[in-house]
Structures are given as C-alpha cells and as structure tokens.
Design a protein around this ligand. Sequence first.
Ligand code: CP3
Length: 344
Amino acid sequence: MAEQKKLLRALAGETQDVPPIWMMRQAGRYLPEYRATRAQAGDFLSLCYNPELAAEVTLQPIRRYGFDAAILFADILLIPQALGADLWFVTGEGPRLSTITSEADFAKLGPVSDIHETLNPIYETVRILSRELPSETTLIGFAGAPWTVATYMIAGRGTPDQGPAHALREENTALFEALLARITEATIEYLSMQIDAGAEVVKIFDSWAGSLKGEAFEKYALEPCRQITAALKERYPHIPVIGFPREAGDKYVGFAKATGIDCVALDNSVDPEWAAANVQVDGCVQGNLASRHMVTGGQDLIDETRRIVAAFKNGPHIFNLGHGITPDADPDNVQLMIDTVRNG
Ligand code: CP3
C-alpha cells in the first residue's frame, strides 16, 4: 500500500512540494499548556514517567499546530537511570547524574536486561500515543547516541566542551569503550521496545558529535550509530532511522551511507545550499532553521524559512529547526514558520 503519511513519504525518498514539518523540543516550556501539565506532574522526571501526562504533552503541539510528526515525550538520560545511575534535574541548571570515572563506578551499573523495569512507563506512553494521534501524524521514538549519553554519565552533568569524557577516552580507553558498548546495547533494546509499542520512526540524538574530531568521530559517533541502525534494521527492516550527528560539519557528507540511516538531521551551522549539494544527494535531510528565529520572529524568520525550503526543494526534506526550540520562544513565531513552509 502506498504510504500516505507525509513524514514517512519523505523518509522513503519522496520529494514533496510542501515538506513535512515538526520541531525538536516541540513539547516544551515555551508552551503555557506544557508548563501547566508539568506543574501537575510535579517535576520533569515525574512527567516523563507518567504515561497519561507524557502522552498529553506530546499531543499538545499536535493539537495547537498540526505538525506532521509527534515525538515521544521522554529524555535521553532515562537510559543511564535505567542502567542504575542516579539522575535528577536542578531547576534552571539542567541534569545531574552520579559520575563514572573508574571501573568500580562502571561495575555498579546494572545489566541491559534490567532496563525495561524502569522504562516500562515510556513504552506505555508510546502505546497511548499510537492510539490517540491523528491518522496523518507520524510517531517518532528516540534515544541519545552512545557518545552523547556517555558525556553526561562520565561528567555527571552537561559540560561546555565534554572535557571529562574526552579525558576518560584518552586515559582509560578500555573503560570508555566498555561504557559505550553498554549504552549501545541498551539503546538497541530500548528503541526496539519503542517500535514494538508503536513508534513508526526512531531518531538517534548525538548532540555532542561535533566535539569528536577525525578518527574519534568515526569510532565513537559514526560506528555506534551504524551498529544501532544495523541491529534495528535486522529486526525491523521497514522502520526508518533519523540520525543527528550535531555539528558534524564536513562529516555530514556520507554519514547516511556509512551508517545505514534513512535521514540526516542538520544543525543550523550548515549552509542549506551546501547541504543540498553534498548531503541531500544521498537521501532525505531534516533541518535546519536556527532556533533563535522562534524568539526573534519577523521578516528574518520568513526569509530564512523560505531559503531553507528553496534550497532543499529538489529532494526529500523534513522541515525542522537545527536544534531544540528554547523556553523563551514565542508560540506565534512557530505558527509563522509553519504558515511560511505550507503557504510559501
Ligand atoms: O523534542 C521533544 O519534544 C521530545 C522530548 C525530548 C526532551 N529531551 C525533553 C526535555 C527530547 C528528544 C530530548 C532530548 C535530549 N535531552 C537531548 C538531545 C537533544 C538536544 O537538545 O541536544 C539532550 C542533550 C537531553 C538532556 C537534557 N534534558 C538536558 C541537557 C536538559 C536540560 C536543558 C533544558 O533544556 O532544560 C533536559 C531537560 C529537558 N528534556 C526538558 C525537556 C522538555 C526541559 C525540562 C523541563 O521541563 O524543565
């Protein structure tokens, strides 16, 4: 049967007059209805683990804007927690985790087979969404890429330069690689369960891929993405995979072919005309409007949106931001972006 959903058509390689559109962090603090539901849940993690409320915040941007895709509401740091790391969020600052800097820290992590005990509520959220989403809306599941997840597990928090993770990688390569292997294995099982529950596409977020240079990029960004994709394709040949090696620069070229993913998500440091010529030649691309336009709006937002749509119009494209929408964004600017994409 021919595929009807716009997002799945783009992922299958179809060029469309109007690209499908969704937005990273589309369920988030810029929306008053999100803030209300989050307050009802108590805090961010309680919201992630409450299937009814997590499904509710996933649906909010679909109701408000009619995006072509919904992304499961959860977080990339639930995997470390499911493996036994402590995880909490400090309001206004971000995540905190127990750190992994020694073999003894690593030995405290649990086996991959135990992760579902913690993550079962997430699969329930996916099941609710696959029942409740409009028939034209595609449901995207996701996980963090092993390198990005490891940067938080090693440092115990977000870091500007991923320094502690780079230090461990150089000083204790065996431990670093064992950690990456554990996360890779857990991610395959986690994404498989999301697909079993009804996710139609999965996305792998490698937010810090750009800090891996040269051979380290191939080993720790490209190779884990290839392994996860290969394992998923073996189990679920028809489920498309989106990869997001953020700030990969020249390494975006050939990334889809080398990893087997169906679509590369582009950050906003990439010029769209360059990406059309060098990345979209291999298949679908997603991106790459700068998130700041959701704060500043106006003619700049319209011009830049039109430029991106025009640059990618001769191949498969999913319109999106280059990174997540920020809490200070104006919901009206999101509508302006959507109107510009859909009406020209
Ligand atoms: O996109 C979506 O709407 C789906 C849900 C989603 C969240 N986080 C919800 C969230 C997704 C796909 C993520 C991915 C994620 N989480 C990434 C990769 C993408 C990226 O942004 O680079 C990373 C690095 C994380 C880890 C994380 N989660 C950080 C560093 C923070 C704190 C920074 C911040 O924005 O507050 C979070 C918290 C988080 N994850 C929020 C949301 C909506 C804000 C929490 C709140 O409501 O207070």
